[in-house]
Write a new protein. Structure first.
Ligand code: BLA
Length: 316
């Protein structure tokens, strides 16, 4: 379907052709994130028409340098969705899901974000509807999208304790319902994570389904810039970069980040990392090798039960 009907075909639930997945060996992995992606795609087709993306042809599947395991990619578009993409890494030692959905610039709906890194022992998890605009100072934007979701966030905040200090800058990309957590691997936790993923994704689909398409050019350009800023942040600072470089080498990792995972970073705007995040301003000019100049903060969850931000020292 990807090769022959790419731009004209409306994908139904049964049409998903996954050449990359069928070629994976039958070895049992302790955890697989494939059913998460299956769920999301099926659920999306209940709400909108999903088309395979032109990126699918190039970004399909990759072998790690050591030949062990597989990296699988899927990529779609829809009338409201600029880019829905998933990356699954399955090796003998890790399972990774990076599943993100970027709405088109006519929508100020949050960006759906699921990043799960799993080894035999531990899990590093971010699950969120990343707000496109400021939810710390812009009450109207926060209420518009998150008021109805606060109870969902509270439910999972109990089940998934706060993961501890993180790059302070990241908190501005997170919402009051963010799940940021680390936990030891167990089947129960995996099932709870699957349940959280389903609930958050259904919540996001409700938002995008009900969203009103923006026609005001200025607002559209603001949405576009916010999307670009997000892409620039993640393409530069994603903590998964080190793992990707180890698996496939620096050149391929960079291409995967800029061309696939954060596609649009080189096309949707011309501002640079320093334009958007001047406070990083590394003295030696070496942005890539720096962690955060701002540092790590937020030992505890900085949102209260009403979704009010409790943190201090956030750069506006
Ligand atoms: C760690 N991943 C983290 C951390 C966060 C995120 C907050 C904690 C460390 C830190 O903050 O520096 C995720 N940060 C995010 C997300 C956003 C953000 C989603 O700002 C969105 C705005 N993680 C992946 C992938 C891999 C991965 C694809 O998403 C591997 C291929 C690995 N994440 C990974 C690893 C760590 C990590 C190994 C621990 C190492 C570290 O702390 O640098």
């Amino acid at each position: 379907i990807f090769a022959t009907k790419r731009s004209s075909c409306c994908v139904s639930t049964r049409d998903f052709s996954r050449p990359t997945l069928s070629s994976i060996s039958t070895r049992t992995f302790s955890v697989s994130y494939r059913k998460f992606v299956d769920f999301a795609l099926d659920e999306t087709t209940r709400h909108t028409r999903l088309f395979s993306s032109p990126l699918q042809e190039k970004y399909n599947s990759l072998k790690p340098k050591d030949g062990k395991g597989e990296i699988s990619m899927l990529s779609f578009e829809a009338p409201e969705i600029r880019h829905l993409r998933s990356l699954i890494i399955e090796t003998e030692t890790m399972q990774v899901l990076d599943f993100t959905v970027f709405p088109r610039a006519e929508y100020d709906v949050p960006i759906f974000c699921a990043n799960f890194f799993t080894t035999a022992r531990t899990n590093i998890v971010v699950l969120d509807l990343n707000p496109l605009h400021d939810v710390i100072n812009q009450r109207d934007y926060k209420e518009k999208y998150f008021k109805s979701l606060i109870p969902l966030g509270l439910k999972y905040a109990e089940l998934f304790p706060w993961g501890g200090k993180l790059t302070s800058e990241s908190i501005k990309f997170f919402s009051p319902i963010v799940i940021w957590t680390k936990f030891s691997s167990s089947p129960q936790k995996y099932e709870t994570l699957y349940s959280a993923f389903r609930d958050y994704y259904k919540g996001w689909l409700e938002l995008i389904s009900q969203a009103v398409k923006e026609t005001d050019e200025f607002r559209i350009s603001q949405n576009l810039e916010a999307q670009h800023r997000y892409l620039v942040w993640r393409a530069e600072k994603d903590p998964g970069q080190g793992v990707l470089k180890k698996l496939i080498g620096e050149t391929l990792a960079k291409d995967l980040l800029r061309g696939f995972l954060f596609n649009g970073v080189d096309e949707l705007g011309s501002k640079t990392f320093n334009d958007y995040f001047p406070h990083y301003c590394p003295k030696d000019g070496d942005l890539n090798n720096k962690g955060s100049i701002v540092g790590k903060s937020f030992e505890n969850r900085p949102w209260d039960k009403r979704g009010e931000f409790l943190g201090e020292g956030i750069i506006p």
